[in-house]
Design a protein around this ligand. Structure first.
Ligand code: CMC
Length: 377
């Protein structure tokens, strides 16, 4: 085995894309030319979805029609419900999301159609359905009745309502909507790349989104937000942070929610989520999780500053979601509920200008061996 790090495709350009731009040195994230700060302050998640899919912000009538299409698509097919009810109650919600997405493929009349119109319809349906599946799974596994979505309300409102059974307040909806915007796209991240690889074989949109969901699940990618929460729970109190981090350092353990292939400055999403986490904590009169998170950053970041390692999107989202009453294993599914918009925008781009991905490997195995019968091995 070579000592060299595997390349992980670092700095390899695999597609021309007009969807998302990251300036990793300056810590800047841009969707279709709009800075993320501008979008979080002014846009709704639905407007951002339209922007990512179509390239421009929607007019009022375009936005109304998207909201209408999403509301119509927020409907649980009976067959899907039967499938979910058959699953073991302790199933990982990301597995459930992948199963549900594959099942929705079997039920979608446009599943195998590859026209741009069919793909747009499927993207809207999946964007409407992933929040329904995520929240329904939480209710099913706890033995609660499922709730009807409210077609008059946003996707963010419906997610919080269907999860908790309580009408969320305006600040919770605003914050959750902002979190959805922040997670909606991120250039050629691992799950988006995986979706594009699947699509490049001319496999269908549902199958490509399944690949993306399964890729997002890993703790080096979307699964990091859940890992951050587990770490905070493990730490337990603000008083314990210093000793816990000292032990992490001694054990040379990675701190989840830190580091990024592209950012060599603080992730702009982490900057926004940090403020949101602090404010949510104050409003809930439960600042402990935010304070622990900030203390972890204070202690750990200077020790890795020379490697360009800073908090990423997953670091402050954990404490923010936690004080909103969202269970830890729902954090990565929430990421998927938002990123499905980015995945599908990239799929439109891939299908429109496709070539199969087929990289090469550097063969380092044995050569020239001669066959030995089993009795001689
Ligand atoms: N804690 C401690 N050290 C770290 C960390 C960390 N979280 N991340 C990277 N390093 C060190 C790493 O050990 C290596 O050190 P050295 O050069 O001495 O061997 C150096 O920094 C470079 O790291 P790398 O693993 O080669 O970097 P990468 O670009 O291959 O990996 C990463 C990027 C995000 C997978 C990695 O930083 C990591 O594992 N972070 C923790 C998991 C995490 O938070 N993932 C979420 C990423 S952002 C959202 C998303 O994409 O879902």
């Amino acid at each position: 085995m070579s000592d060299k790090k595997p390349s992980g495709l670092e700095d390899v350009v695999v597609a021309a894309s007009s969807i998302c731009y990251i300036d990793g040195k300056r810590g800047q994230l841009v969707y279709r030319g709009y800075d993320i700060d501008d979008l979080v302050k002014n846009a709704s998640f639905e407007e951002v979805a339209w922007l990512l899919w179509n390239g421009n912000l929607p007019t009022q009538s375009e936005l109304d029609s998207l909201r209408h299409d999403l509301a119509v698509a927020m409907h649980f097919p009976r067959h899907l419900l039967e499938v979910l009810r058959e699953l073991p109650f302790d199933s990982n919600p990301m597995r459930v999301l992948a199963i549900a997405t594959a099942t929705l493929g079997t039920l979608d009349p446009d599943a195998d159609s590859m026209t741009p119109e069919a793909n747009r319809k499927k993207a809207i349906r999946l964007t409407a359905m992933l929040p329904l599946v995520t929240t329904a799974w939480h209710r099913i596994r706890n033995g609660y009745d499922l709730l009807e979505s409210n077609p008059e309300k946003s996707l963010a409102w419906n997610f919080l309502y269907m999860l908790t059974g309580q009408e969320p307040d305006d600040y919770a909806v605003e914050t959750f909507d902002a979190a959805l915007i922040l997670h909606a796209d991120h250039e050629l991240n691992a799950s988006t790349f995986s979706a594009r690889v699947t699509a490049a074989t001319l496999s269908d949109l549902h199958s490509s989104v399944c690949s993306a969901i399964n890729t997002l699940k890993g703790p080096l990618h979307g699964g990091a937000n859940e890992a951050v929460m587990r770490m905070l729970e493990d730490i337990g109190s603000l008083d314990n942070v210093d000793a816990y981090m000292e032990q992490m350092r001694a054990d040379k353990k990675k701190v989840m929610g830190f580091g990024h292939r592209v950012y060599k400055a603080k992730d702009p999403r982490a900057v926004i989520l940090e403020g949101m986490s602090e404010e949510l904590g104050k409003r809930a009169n439960d600042t402990k999780w935010f304070e622990m998170t900030r203390r972890v950053e204070e202690i750990f970041q200077p020790t890795v500053a020379s490697k360009g390692i800073y908090p990423n999107v997953d670091f402050y989202s954990a404490s923010a979601y936690h004080v909103m009453g969202i269970p830890g294993d729902m954090f990565t599914p929430i990421f998927a509920c938002s990123r499905v918009v980015g995945w599908t925008a990239h799929l439109f781009e891939q299908y429109a200008n496709n070539r199969i991905f087929r990289p090469s490997s550097d063969y380092v195995g044995p050569t020239g061996r001669k066959w030995q019968p089993v009795s001689e091995r």
